[in-house]
Design a protein around this ligand. Structure first.
Ligand SMILES: *Cc1c(COP(=O)(O)O)cnc(C)c1O
Length: 236
């Protein structure tokens, strides 16, 4: 199933790139494997996938130990400061930095472990109360403050668009965050670049690519639905 799904996702990515006049190489597919067993990750690995996304530190660590070394692990979930230390040297990119305190902790741990850590700033572009991430206005201030911290590098922005059955509804948000990233890039802040725009999930990644996404995070579209009961069992 994973192989068929990946073929389908790949075709959709290519078609979206063509519609937008973009090169396929500009878009990285991240396979979001949260709650899924290592056997399924291995299936995706066998199809050539090397970018995996997880939203819980412990689960990422477990899978990190069991999977091949040449994988890039993306931390895409809300991150507590006391767990940052476990990610050092293991997370290829942390997508979910939404406060200066979190950036400071990632910097301090990176210095301590003598590593450089790439991060994205998570923007709640639609202003949804239920979501993590900071507002568009706060983003520039956070970028400027975090840019001065040692051993971390801001590589771009990430957003989670509202859940919708109509992906077109999210086009405006993707466009807004692209504009924000261009505005920040123009400021030419030391130690900051805006090469990465992490946006688009199973429901809306094609629209996100049309609007400039350079990373799309696809879970359900590759691995199938996540069962609520899986989560409940973990929590017991
Ligand atoms: C779970 C998750 C995804 C993938 O969601 P799907 O709708 O299953 O593709 C992407 N990004 C984040 C931050 C997630 O938590």
């Amino acid at each position: 199933m994973v192989q068929e799904n990946l073929t389908d996702v790949e075709q959709r990515i290519q078609a979206a790139c063509e519609r937008a006049g973009r090169d396929r190489n500009e878009v990285t597919l991240i396979a979001v494997s949260k709650t899924k067993p290592v056997s399924m990750l291995n299936e995706a690995y066998g199809c050539g996938i090397r970018e995996f996304g997880e939203n819980k530190v412990q689960e990422m660590m477990d899978k990190y130990e069991q999977m091949p070394q040449d994988i890039h692990w993306h931390m895409i979930g809300h991150l507590q400061r006391n767990k940052v230390k476990y990610l050092m040297g293991k997370a290829y990119l942390i997508h979910s930095v939404d406060s200066l305190r979190l950036a400071e902790e990632i910097s301090a741990q990176s210095v301590k472990h003598q590593v450089q850590t790439d991060i994205l700033i998570e923007v709640n572009i639609a202003g949804e109360e239920s979501k993590f991430g900071i507002s568009g206005e706060e983003t520039i201030r956070l970028v400027e403050a975090a840019a001065a911290l040692p051993n971390i590098h801001i590589r771009g922005l990430m957003t989670i668009a509202p859940f919708t059955d109509h992906p077109e509804d999210n086009r405006i948000y993707f466009r807004k965050i692209k504009e924000l990233s261009v505005d920040i890039d123009r400021k030419k802040i030391d130690n900051v670049d805006m090469h990465i725009l992490s946006m688009g999930m199973t429901g809306d990644y094609e629209v996100a690519i049309e609007e400039g996404a350079t990373m799309v995070r696809v879970g359900t579209g590759i691995f199938g639905e996540r069962l609520r009961t899986e989560l409940t069992i973990h929590q017991m």
